[in-house]
Design a protein around this ligand. Structure first.
Ligand SMILES: Nc1ncnc2c1ncn2[C@@H]1O[C@H](COP(=O)(O)OP(=O)(O)OP(=O)(O)O)[C@@H](O)[C@H]1O
Length: 351
C-alpha cells in the first residue's frame, strides 16, 4: 500500500515568482519525510505537485518509478490532509469516511463497514453518526485522517495537519500517526514548521528555503551536521561563532577548539544550545535569560560571540553573572560563512 516517491528536478514558477526550484528528492516506500522550511519556502507547492493538484513548470514526479505527468489527482493514490480539515458538512462522520469507497462503486453498506474500521483506527468508533459540525477541532482532524486513509493511499500527504491543535491534542495525533504507520505503512510526506515534530515523526528531514532543497537526511544529522547556516537556522539553531579553521582547529572568541574534518579557512562554528554545558573553561557573561517551557535559554557573551545554552529548571545563573562553558567535541560543527546571516550582526543575534 505504499509507493516510492521520486521528485526529479521538480520546479514551479508563477510569473517571476519561483515557488520551487529544481528539487531532487527520493523517499523510499513506507518511510516518512518531514519537509521543513520557513513560510513561503515552497512546502505546499511541493505537496500540491505531488498530489497532482498543480502542474510542474519543470521536472517530474514519479511514484514507484512511474512518471505521473498527465495522471489526474484522483488516480495517483495520494491523499492530502491539510491544516484545516475539509469535511463534507452535509454528511455524517461515517459517510465522510465512507465517501471514497462510495465514489469507487462500493455499496453503502460495504463502504460504511470499511469506514467504521478507519474510525476505530483513529479512536472515534463511537462518533460515526455525528454531523461534522458537532466535532471538536482535534476530532475533525482525526476524521480527516480516517477519510484520507480510507482511500487506501500509497502516499499520505500531510500539510501541517497538527499545527492548529493544542499541545495535548498534537501529542495524541503524533501517537496516532505512529499507529497508522505501523498498521498501514503508507509513504508519508509531512509538511511542518516544527523541527521537534519532524525529529519525532520522520525518518528523514528535507529542508527547503526559497524553493531550494538545502539538505535531506536523518533528523539527527540535519540537526547536528547542518550543511549551511540557513539549515542551522531552519532547525532552530541559535549559535554561530565566526572564526577561522587552521589544521583542524577553529579559532574564535571561544578560543582554539578542535573541529575534526573542517576545511581550512573562514568558518562559522555552529552549536546546538542543547549540547553546550555550564561549567568548563570558556568564560563568559550571561546577557539574557529566556524561558523555554520548563527550561531556560541563556545567552552568554564570550568576547563578541553569543553562545546559547539550554539549562534545566531550578536555580541557575541570572543576567550579569559570570559563567564558564564547555563545548563538547562532538557538538562542534563548522559551516561555510557563505552569505551573511541576516539574524547575526558581529557574531551576535540582531537586537
Ligand atoms: N498561485 C500562486 N501565484 C503566485 N505565487 C504563488 C502561488 N502559489 C504560491 N506562490 C508563491 O510561491 C512561494 C511558495 O509558496 P508555498 O505556499 O509553497 O510556500 P509554503 O512554504 O507552503 O508557505 P507556508 O508555510 O506559509 O504555507 C511563495 O512565495 C508564494 O507566495
Amino acid at each position: 500500500m505504499s509507493a516510492a516517491v521520486e521528485l526529479v528536478e521538480l520546479g514551479r514558477v508563477h510569473g517571476d515568482v519561483v515557488a520551487l526550484a529544481g528539487v531532487d528528492l527520493t523517499v523510499p516506500a513506507g518511510s516518512c519525510v518531514a519537509v521543513l522550511g520557513p513560510s513561503g519556502s515552497g512546502k505546499s507547492t511541493l505537496l500540491r505537485l505531488l498530489a497532482g493538484l498543480d502542474v510542474p513548470s519543470t521536472g517530474v514526479v514519479r511514484l514507484d518509478g512511474v512518471d505521473q505527468s498527465g495522471v489526474a489527482a484522483e488516480r495517483r493514490g495520494a491523499a492530502l490532509v491539510s491544516q484545516r480539515p475539509l469535511l463534507f458538512p452535509h454528511l455524517s462522520v461515517l459517510d465522510n469516511v465512507a465517501f471514497a469507497a462510495r465514489v469507487g462503486g462500493a455499496s453503502r453498506r460495504a463502504a460504511r463497514a470499511g469506514a467504521g474500521e478507519y474510525l476505530d483506527l483513529v479512536q472515534l468508533g463511537g462518533l460515526g453518526r455525528r454531523r461534522t459540525g458537532q466535532l471538536s477541532g482535534g476530532q475533525a482532524q482525526r476524521v480527516a485522517l480516517a477519510r484520507a486513509l480510507a482511500a487506501r493511499p500509497r502516499v499520505l500527504l500531510l500539510d501541517e495537519p497538527f499545527s492548529a491543535l493544542d499541545s495535548v491534542l498534537r501529542a495524541d495525533m503524533h501517537a496516532l500517526l505512529a499507529t497508522v504507520r505501523a498498521e498501514l505503512a503508507p509513504t508519508v510526506v509531512l509538511v511542518t514548521h516544527d523541527q521537534d515534530e519532524a525529529a519525532l515523526l520522520a525518518d528523514t528531514v528535507a529542508v527547503l528555503t526559497d524553493g531550494h532543497l538545502l539538505q535531506h537526511g536523518p533528523p539527527a544529522q540535519v540537526y547536528t551536521r547542518p550543511a549551511s547556516m540557513a539549515v542551522h537556522r531552519v532547525m532552530g539553531g541559535r549559535t554561530a561563532v565566526p572564526g577561522t579553521v587552521r589544521t583542524g582547529v577553529h579559532h574564535s572568541d571561544l578560543g582554539a577548539l578542535a573541529v575534526a574534518g573542517a576545511p581550512d579557512g573562514a568558518g562559522l562554528l555552529v552549536l546546538r544550545h542543547e549540547s553546550v554545558q555550564l561549567g568548563g573553561d570558556v568564560a563568559g557573561t550571561v546577557a539574557a535569560v529566556t524561558p523555554r517551557g520548563p527550561r531556560r535559554l541563556l545567552e552568554v557573551h564570550v568576547g563578541t560571540a553569543a553562545v546559547f545554552v539550554e539549562v534545566p529548571p531550578g536555580p541557575g545563573p541570572s543576567v550579569g553573572d559570570e559563567v564558564a562553558l564547555t563545548v563538547p567535541v562532538e557538538a562542534r560543527w563548522v559551516v561555510p560563512p557563505g552569505s551573511p546571516d541576516p539574524d547575526v550582526v558581529d557574531g551576535r543575534p540582531r537586537a
